[in-house]
Design a protein around this ligand. Structure first.
Ligand code: FES
Ligand code: FES
Length: 155
C-alpha cells in the first residue's frame, strides 16, 4: 500500500492507504478526525470542508493524493473548548448554530476567508460561504458571527 505524507493540524502525518480514497474517508476513519462531516458526498454541501494550504476544500471530493506534502487543517486544529478560535467564540455569541451539523465546514470556509481577507464585507462573507449549506437555515446568524469575529468584538 503506498503511503502519503502531509501535515495534519501542524503534525507530520504519514498514512498507508489507497491514494485515490477521499480525504474525508481517511480523516474520519484512520485518522480519527470526526470534525469534518459527511453530508452529500459530492462536493455540494460543504459539511466536510477543511483547509488545504490556504483554501477551503471539500474533503469528500479531494483524493488523498491531492494533499501530499500539503498542510491540512480540520476544525480540530482551529480551536478547542479550552482555547476556542475567535470564530468559534463569535458563533456561540451569535447563537449561529442549531443542530450544528454544518458548522465545522462553515467554520473552515470562514477561517480561510479571514486568513485571506481579515475585514470582509457582508457580501464577501456570503460569497465565501456560498457553497456551505445549512438545513436549519442559520444563514443570517452565521454571517453576523463571521463579521463579529472579523471585528474582534467577542471577548
Ligand atoms: S459532504 Fe463534502 S461537500 Fe457535502
Ligand atoms: S445548524 Fe443544522 S444544518 Fe446548519
Amino acid at each position: 500500500m503506498p503511503s502519503v505524507r502531509f501535515r495534519l493540524n501542524g503534525a507530520e502525518t504519514e498514512i498507508d492507504a489507497d491514494p485515490d480514497r477521499s480525504l474525508l474517508d481517511i480523516l474520519r476513519g484512520q485518522l480519527g478526525m470526526t470534525g469534518p462531516h459527511f453530508g452529500c458526498g459530492a462536493g455540494e454541501c460543504g459539511a466536510c470542508n477543511v483547509i488545504v494550504g490556504d483554501r477551503a476544500v471539500a474533503s469528500c471530493d479531494a483524493p488523498l493524493w491531492s494533499v501530499a506534502d500539503k498542510d491540512v487543517t480540520t476544525v480540530e486544529g482551529l480551536g478547542n473548548a479550552e482555547r476556542p478560535h475567535p470564530l468559534q467564540r463569535a458563533f456561540i455569541a451569535e447563537q449561529a448554530l442549531q443542530c450544528g451539523y454544518c458548522v465545522p465546514g462553515i467554520l473552515m470556509s470562514a477561517a480561510a476567508l479571514l486568513n485571506q481577507n481579515p475585514s470582509p464585507s457582508s457580501g464577501e462573507v456570503k460569497q465565501a460561504l456560498d457553497r456551505n449549506l445549512c438545513r436549519c437555515g442559520s444563514y443570517n446568524r452565521v454571517v453576523r458571527a463571521v463579521l463579529r469575529a472579523a471585528e474582534g468584538s467577542t471577548p
